[in-house]
Design a protein around this ligand. Structure first.
Ligand SMILES: CC(=O)SCCNC(=O)CCNC(=O)[C@H](O)C(C)(C)COP(=O)(O)OP(=O)(O)OC[C@H]1O[C@@H](n2cnc3c(N)ncnc32)[C@H](O)[C@@H]1OP(=O)(O)O
Length: 114
């Protein structure tokens, strides 16, 4: 799955670059959508991200491309690799990469096999 986001003023930190927490929420949302498309009958909650490292700052007005691919499937969980690319100079290229895992749960929050 692939999606894009436009970095707007409300997405910036106090120094004028993309706020890390906003980027993480885009990662979580994109992964959740990919998982829900793959398993339409599941009810997913996020259990973890493999790595959170911000190595490049991203400017206002950048368009970021979010690429999500399933990397592992378990009994109750499924894991996705998420790569985020900036399309704007000078930070063009991968700006963030992680693996995010979702667990299938029932209405009471108990894990369930997928
Ligand atoms: C504060 C927040 O906003 S949190 C964000 C939203 N997320 C939530 O609210 C989820 C809160 N967490 C929970 O309710 C529980 O941890 C549950 C129901 C998701 C899982 O229950 P647990 O008993 O902790 O699960 P358990 O340790 O057996 O792991 C379940 C699966 O997740 C996998 N898993 C566990 N920890 C991790 C981890 N850190 N990273 C990746 N996968 C993991 C396990 O390998 C297992 O996978 P499998 O069944 O496919 O083999």
């Amino acid at each position: 799955m692939e999606t894009h986001r436009l970095v707007l003023t409300e997405d910036l930190n106090q120094y004028g670059f993309l706020f890390g927490g906003r980027l993480l929420s885009w990662v979580d949302e994109a992964g959740f959508i990919a998982a829900s498309n793959d398993f339409p009958n599941a009810r997913f909650v996020t259990i973890g991200m493999s790595k959170v490292e911000f190595r490049k700052s991203v400017k206002n007005g950048s368009v970021v491309r979010i690429v999500v691919e399933r990397s592992k499937m378990g009994r109750t969980s499924v894991c996705y690799r998420v790569d985020i690319y900036s399309t704007k100079e000078p930070e063009r290229g991968v700006i963030f990469a992680t693996e995010i895992t979702y667990v299938n749960v029932d209405e009471t929050g108990e894990k369930l096999p997928l």
